[in-house]
Structures are given as C-alpha cells and as structure tokens.
Design a protein around this ligand. Structure first.
Ligand code: DAH
Length: 329
C-alpha cells in the first residue's frame, strides 16, 4: 500500500475498529512506516536525512488523517444517536385514561356532603374493635340474643371486626362534650353466607345527635332532610317500631320513592334509628341529655339507585361494571 492508498484507506475506514487496524498496520511496532524508519540506519548520512524527512512527513500525514477520520466517525455516531433519540415536543402525549371514584365512594361522598351542609361533623372509627365498644357499651349485655344477629370475625386476642358503625358513637361521645352532631361512614363486617344481597363486608353511615332537648321529632326531621337532599322535595319518610339494644324507642325507617328501574312508587327500607338508650349515655358518662341515632347500609342505597342487583359486583373490581357508574351519585 503506497502513501496515497493508505490515506484513501484511512479516509474511508468504515468504523473505529477498521481505523485501529490501519493504525497498527501503518504505525504500529511492526507497521510499514516503523519498518522503513528502522531501515534508515543502513543508509549513508546524506540519504538518511532526505529519506528520513520524507518518512517523518508521511508519518505525520498518516497520524493526522487517522485523527481526522476518528473525529469524523465519532461525530457521525453522535449524530446518529441524536437522530434516533430525537423527541418531538410538539406531538400530543399518550392519553392516560381518567380514573374515577368507585360507586360506593361516590355515594358516601354525596351523603357526607348532605350531612356537612346540615352541620354534622364527620368522624371515622377503627374497623378492628373490642367487645366493649361494639356491644357492651351499646347495651348488648353478654349472652344477649341481639348479638347473634351480628355474628362476625374474631381475632385470637378477643377483638373483633366491627359489625356496625355504632361503636363510634361511644368513642366519639367519650372524646367530646354535648351538644354534638356527627356522622360516621365506614366499613363493617358480618359472618355472612355471601350471595347477591349479602357480603361479609359492607359499608354503613351512622348519625348521632346529642343535646339538651333532642326529641324523636328531630330524628324524624333529620331523616326527612337527608331523604329530601338525596331524592328531592316532597319526599316522605316512615318510622316503624323495631328493636335495637342501644335505642329506646327504636325503629326502622323507610323513604317513599319512585324506583328508578320499575317506575313504581314504594317504601325503601333503609336502616335503623331511635332515641339513644339511657344505658349508652351512662356508659359514656353523659347526664341530662337526650339524643337520637340512625344507621343504614350504603351498598343498598347505591344498588337501588343504580340498578345493580348483585352486591358482589361492587367488590369484584371489574372495570367493565364499575366504569358504568362515573359521576352517578
Ligand atoms: N347498628 C345497627 C345495625 O347495624 C343499625 C342502627 C340501628 C344504627 C339503630 C343506629 C340505630 O344508630 O339507632 O344493624
């Protein structure tokens, strides 16, 4: 390879590897130029000077060409990378589908809005409760048959998953002084055989109002106000006698409404209510007050309002079901 061929080979070396091979062949320890330089020793001084100068010029030219090619290859590689990684900031981004609140969350928020607007505080209690708060302080004596209606899951240390939100009445009253108005949303548990209308976990909303002269008329008014806020003016409510240990008198309440699917007007049984039992006030150390309480299941309200007929659909986490209930409550 003569000098010009060497320069051409360098200028067209396809990559760093080929360029390095050329460098070794030309300028390495056993390279062509190196060999020729070594041969200078055999020449007479006159020739050595001219040939030597020429060899050194060629050597510098080759070194410069190799450096130039190296730089060109590196620039080309960088440009290729920049082109490959180029981002067009003017393109629209990928669309992230908007999430939404679960139907039960929506209904709960709606209820809390209603009660907040009526001046109620909002509180939450523990899901893992003890016998005292879940039963004893709510006037369920040990062995009382009313406990059987609320079978639940117990821990090995004798605590239980709360069967209702009512225990928070006790916790809340102990931490405050009357008068008070509070609602308690939350998850509750029952040892149920699961079917279309029973789950081992569901949600309730509890309400408690305590003051000096709170009467059953106030209870009736509160339920009617809630029903009106949810379903519109002219909503009628009904109380019918029932038994819960922590209220006396106790009742079940229903609201008169038009079923959204059948179009039929009917009573919708929603929950239990009553005047707080004196034994409950005794348990929390309250004197000279009266109060009312009510509580109901959130699933049932959500289901009848949306036409969901199987409670298990609310817990399966199937978006095809859940996405039908965007912004319904
Ligand atoms: N805690 C009751 C239950 O889960 C419902 C209930 C009834 C709540 C009467 C109340 C009430 O506050 O006064 O079955």
């Amino acid at each position: 390879m003569d000098h010009d061929e060497a320069l051409t080979a360098i200028a067209s070396a396809p990559d760093a590897r080929a360029l390095q091979d050329l460098r070794v062949r030309l300028l390495g320890k056993k390279g062509a130029i190196t060999e020729q330089l070594r041969g200078l020793a055999a020449l007479d001084p006159e020739a050595r000077r001219t040939v030597g100068r020429e060899l050194h010029e060629r050597k510098s030219a080759l070194e410069a060409a190799i450096e130039a090619r190296k730089g060109a290859l590196e620039r080309a590689a960088l440009e290729a990378r920049l082109a490959a990684e180029r981002v067009d900031l003017t393109l629209p981004g990928p669309r992230v589908p908007a999430g939404g609140h679960h139907l039960l969350t929506q209904v709960t928020h709606r209820l809390l809005d209603v009660f907040r607007s009526l001046g109620y505080d909002v509180a939450v209690g523990p899901e893992l409760e003890d016998d005292h708060h879940n039963f004893e302080a709510l006037n369920f004596p040990p062995e009382h048959p009313a406990r059987d209606a609320q079978d639940t899951f117990w821990t090995t240390d004798g605590r239980l998953l709360r069967t209702h939100t009512s225990p928070m009445q006790v916790r809340y009253m102990r931490e405050r002084t009357p008068p008070l108005k509070v609602v308690v949303p939350g998850r509750v548990f029952r040892n149920e055989a699961v079917d279309a209308t029973h789950e081992a976990q569901f949600h309730q909303l509890e309400a408690l109002v305590v003051g000096e002269r709170v009467t059953m008329a106030d209870l009736r008014g509160a339920i009617t106000e809630m029903a009106t806020a949810l379903l519109g003016t002219g909503t009628r409510t009904r109380l019918q006698p029932s038994y819960f240990p922590f209220v006396e008198p106790g009742a079940e309440f229903a609201i008169w409404w038009t079923h959204p699917k059948t179009g039929r007007e009917e009573w919708l049984e929603l929950g239990g209510c009553g005047m707080v039992h004196p034994n409950v006030f005794r348990a929390v150390g309250y004197e000279n007050v009266t109060g009312f309480a009510f509580g109901f299941g959130i699933e049932r309200l959500a289901m009848v309002r949306t036409g969901v007929t199987d409670i298990r659909d609310l817990y399966r986490g199937d978006v095809r079901v859940l996405e039908q209930f965007r912004g319904v409550a």
